[in-house]
Design a protein. Sequence first.
Length: 422
Amino acid sequence: MRVSIVGYGRSGKAAAALAKSAGYEVFVSDIKPIDFEGEKETGHSEKILDADLIVVSPGIRELEILEKARDKVIGEIEFAYRFVKGDIIGVTGTNGKTTTASLIHSILQEAGYPVSLCGNIYPGIPMSQAVLERKGEGIFVVELSSFQLEGIREFRPKIGIITNITLDHMDRYEKREDYVRAKERIFMNKRDEDIAVLNGRDGECLRIGKKLTNVHYFWKDIEWNGANAVYHGRGIFAKEDILYPAEFFVENALAASLACLLYGVSDEYIKKGIRKFRGVPHRLEFVREINGVKFINNSMCTNPVAFYKTIKSFPGCVVIAGGKLKGMNPELIVKGIREYAKGCVLIGESKEELERKLKETGYNQIELASSMRDAVRKALGFDPELVILSPGGSSFDMFRDFVERGEVFKKEVLSLGEEKDT
């Protein structure tokens, strides 16, 4: 078996390692010079086509050369799946994927299952790496992006979850329907015995559920009464058990709990796993309190819907917002700032557009910043109790990714602390 790996980033490296471990002949192609011990090339030539399988990294857009061998092309998730002997719990959706997947992982760990957290998740590892490390055994909780789902053929999770579907990545998809269709692919190979877990308050999820069997809904099958999550009359977890009592976090905890209940995990371990969960980096990550001002890093917030849900939970905050909007309407960012923010500092390529739209509504508590250092310091000018980095757009206009954006924010906050302490 000869395998071509197209793109030697995080998932490409993992796929190459898995292929080598299986005894496959591996050829790697990347647009940059790479450190790979084996056959490789810089740039994508027709050498890619001389293979039985072509594994394409999710970040790579359409390559014309691949049209000549479309039947051989798969994604890294599909490649890893072919080595799995255990169960897969797949999590996709626009918002809440990482938190939901991480909560499931925490619960299953607490219950003593052999489990790996992998896929499109930070912190985490590619699915190919997880499969290699576990030799395909155990449970794989896989966060799945729409880009990754485009590359599946046979991939079939035992439990598939869609957290919600709202517009995102409209710089990649021409129509909303294309984006929704990509998310829906998580169920393309579903059998009757496989379980679908969907959002009972989301219109797209309700529409998708009508076409499936063995469907269960959070907010419906498992409910929230304001103080407790209730499933078939039983209390599963309480408000004081969860990290944040905000609606979006309750939603993630309901989804994770329902999936684990359906997998057969006892109520006791679900409650313990939720209580043990302390969040993930760059998702409502507490950084520090300095002179009575709390700083929270929410760099993972990369679309307007996530922005609005977040800021609604922190009324009176000062928010650092902006970035690359990916062709999305910023209306919810403007609405969120106007309704809930004491002040805002705008960054990135969308800052002038956001400033103009905010001023059109009569909101004027605005500062523009040229860098993250500038943004952190200007945020203090609003005399805040809480400053939150919650961009509402992607990071690619100023940073390599949301991780770098969040790390730079934390660095600036910590350096501010050093200045204040001296």
